[in-house]
Design a protein. Structure first.
Length: 125
Protein backbone atom coordinates (compact mmCIF):
# COMPACT_ATOMS: atom_id res chain seq x y z
CA UNK A 1 0.00 0.00 0.00
CA UNK A 2 1.60 3.24 -1.10
CA UNK A 3 1.99 6.16 1.30
CA UNK A 4 1.33 4.12 4.43
CA UNK A 5 3.59 5.05 7.34
CA UNK A 6 3.36 3.10 10.59
CA UNK A 7 -0.12 1.95 9.67
CA UNK A 8 -1.51 5.42 9.01
CA UNK A 9 -2.91 6.32 5.61
CA UNK A 10 -0.94 9.52 5.12
CA UNK A 11 1.21 10.60 2.21
CA UNK A 12 4.92 10.08 2.78
CA UNK A 13 6.71 13.32 3.74
CA UNK A 14 8.66 15.03 0.96
CA UNK A 15 10.95 16.92 3.30
CA UNK A 16 12.03 17.15 6.91
CA UNK A 17 12.53 20.41 8.79
CA UNK A 18 15.00 21.06 11.59
CA UNK A 19 15.86 24.12 13.67
CA UNK A 20 19.56 24.81 14.29
CA UNK A 21 20.79 27.45 16.76
CA UNK A 22 23.34 29.69 15.01
CA UNK A 23 25.39 32.74 15.98
CA UNK A 24 24.64 35.14 13.12
CA UNK A 25 22.27 36.19 10.35
CA UNK A 26 23.28 35.02 7.84
CA UNK A 27 24.92 32.01 9.45
CA UNK A 28 28.70 31.84 9.15
CA UNK A 29 30.82 28.87 8.07
CA UNK A 30 31.34 27.73 11.69
CA UNK A 31 27.60 27.52 12.35
CA UNK A 32 27.38 24.14 10.59
CA UNK A 33 30.71 22.64 11.69
CA UNK A 34 30.73 19.83 14.22
CA UNK A 35 32.82 20.18 17.36
CA UNK A 36 35.10 17.54 15.88
CA UNK A 37 35.57 19.59 12.68
CA UNK A 38 36.40 22.62 14.83
CA UNK A 39 39.16 20.60 16.51
CA UNK A 40 37.46 20.52 19.90
CA UNK A 41 38.24 17.25 21.70
CA UNK A 42 35.24 15.26 22.95
CA UNK A 43 34.50 15.65 26.66
CA UNK A 44 34.61 11.88 27.22
CA UNK A 45 36.14 8.80 25.63
CA UNK A 46 32.69 7.22 25.20
CA UNK A 47 32.13 5.89 21.60
CA UNK A 48 28.54 7.17 21.54
CA UNK A 49 29.55 10.68 22.62
CA UNK A 50 32.36 10.69 20.05
CA UNK A 51 29.84 9.68 17.34
CA UNK A 52 27.58 12.59 18.29
CA UNK A 53 30.60 14.94 18.51
CA UNK A 54 31.04 14.40 14.77
CA UNK A 55 27.57 15.80 14.02
CA UNK A 56 25.69 19.01 14.77
CA UNK A 57 22.68 19.54 17.03
CA UNK A 58 19.28 20.58 15.78
CA UNK A 59 15.73 20.45 17.06
CA UNK A 60 12.45 19.12 15.69
CA UNK A 61 10.49 22.30 16.45
CA UNK A 62 11.13 26.02 16.68
CA UNK A 63 9.93 26.22 20.33
CA UNK A 64 12.41 23.50 21.35
CA UNK A 65 15.30 25.35 19.68
CA UNK A 66 14.08 28.66 21.09
CA UNK A 67 14.02 27.26 24.65
CA UNK A 68 17.55 25.89 24.30
CA UNK A 69 18.86 29.15 22.80
CA UNK A 70 17.12 31.12 25.55
CA UNK A 71 19.02 29.36 28.31
CA UNK A 72 22.38 28.89 26.59
CA UNK A 73 23.41 32.11 24.84
CA UNK A 74 26.85 30.81 23.97
CA UNK A 75 25.11 28.68 21.30
CA UNK A 76 23.79 31.70 19.40
CA UNK A 77 21.00 34.26 19.12
CA UNK A 78 19.41 32.98 15.92
CA UNK A 79 17.67 29.86 14.68
CA UNK A 80 18.30 28.62 11.16
CA UNK A 81 15.33 26.79 9.66
CA UNK A 82 16.61 23.87 7.59
CA UNK A 83 14.32 22.14 5.06
CA UNK A 84 15.89 18.95 3.74
CA UNK A 85 14.29 16.97 0.92
CA UNK A 86 14.38 13.28 1.77
CA UNK A 87 17.09 12.71 -0.86
CA UNK A 88 19.42 15.37 0.63
CA UNK A 89 22.98 14.20 1.39
CA UNK A 90 22.33 14.65 5.12
CA UNK A 91 21.95 11.93 7.72
CA UNK A 92 19.94 12.62 10.88
CA UNK A 93 18.98 10.75 14.00
CA UNK A 94 16.94 11.47 17.13
CA UNK A 95 19.59 11.63 19.85
CA UNK A 96 20.07 12.50 23.54
CA UNK A 97 17.37 12.93 26.15
CA UNK A 98 16.84 16.60 25.32
CA UNK A 99 13.32 17.17 24.02
CA UNK A 100 13.25 17.06 20.22
CA UNK A 101 17.04 16.92 19.89
CA UNK A 102 18.48 15.50 16.67
CA UNK A 103 22.02 15.10 15.45
CA UNK A 104 22.72 15.91 11.80
CA UNK A 105 25.71 14.62 9.86
CA UNK A 106 26.79 15.95 6.49
CA UNK A 107 29.05 18.39 4.73
CA UNK A 108 28.66 21.83 6.39
CA UNK A 109 28.31 23.51 2.98
CA UNK A 110 25.54 21.08 2.01
CA UNK A 111 23.72 21.68 5.29
CA UNK A 112 23.99 25.47 4.93
CA UNK A 113 22.46 25.25 1.43
CA UNK A 114 19.16 24.11 2.98
CA UNK A 115 18.64 27.17 5.21
CA UNK A 116 15.25 28.64 4.28
CA UNK A 117 14.83 31.21 7.07
CA UNK A 118 16.57 32.80 10.05
CA UNK A 119 14.70 33.60 13.26
CA UNK A 120 16.01 36.04 15.90
CA UNK A 121 15.80 34.72 19.46
CA UNK A 122 15.15 37.24 22.22
CA UNK A 123 16.98 36.75 25.50
CA UNK A 124 15.04 35.39 28.44
CA UNK A 125 15.11 37.60 31.52
Amino acid sequence: MRGVIFGLSEPAPRAVTFYRIVKSDPPGPDDFLSADAKGIPPPEDDPEKIRLWDGISAYATEPQARRKAGVSWRLGSYIAVLDFPLNAPIRFERTTRSSGHYTLWGDPTDIAAYVVAIIRVDRLR
